[in-house]
Design a binder for this molecule. Sequence first.
Ligand SMILES: [Zn+2]
Length: 246
Amino acid sequence: MRRRRLIAAALLLLAACSRRPDVPILTYHSISDAPDGFTVSESEFTSHLDALQRAGFHTVTFHEWLAHEDRGTPLPAKPIVLTFDDGFEDAYSTVLPALRARGMRGTFFVVTSLVARDPAHRVARGEDGAQRRYLVWPEVRALAAAGMEIGSHGEHHLRMADLDRAQVLGELTRSKQTLDGVLGISTEVLAYPYNSVRRWIVPLARESGYRAAVAGMAHGNADRFTLYRMGVYRGTTADQVLAQLR
Ligand SMILES: [Zn+2]
């Protein structure tokens, strides 16, 4: 009896040890000179990328991470996922060249209702000084063609905890259908707007056909639909980014 309990304890320990490798996920928003705290300047951003490379990190996509989880496909040493929320124009104009120059990849979470069909119809919001301009579909396609991963950030960037079940399902399925249609692949990953997720929302994300979803700080890595991310904000130094990863 005692021996059986010991074996059970050993198995539990083994299960705990063999859980997913701890692949850190960083969250960026806009990379530009806008003055708000969520925006990181281009020079700060490239200093982060260079520091990550010097420290031996290798960027991977959620697609690669899922292949590793499900089929044991190897990941490079010190894997890390870089994510970019909201689908700002600078994802294409600034982030893409910076990543490509370093052979790095990122995952871009777009809000499908804010993506216009061409630059003449580009969506811009906010006051003159702090105006936000969003991606257009040819740029989203170009990001995907360059090996970047595109995920859903909902159709309208709504706080899902405030919606009812049917509204959440609508946000999740319509944004996925739009992305699937434009990109010709099945969209695998979701970022809950405002990192807002509740227990009842998780099965809806799964039912909508996603394979993983990212949340914020509060939820931990309990399962692949509430993956923990670390936010990077204006003024965060490269050393602070590396310290977060230790
Ligand atoms: Zn957002």
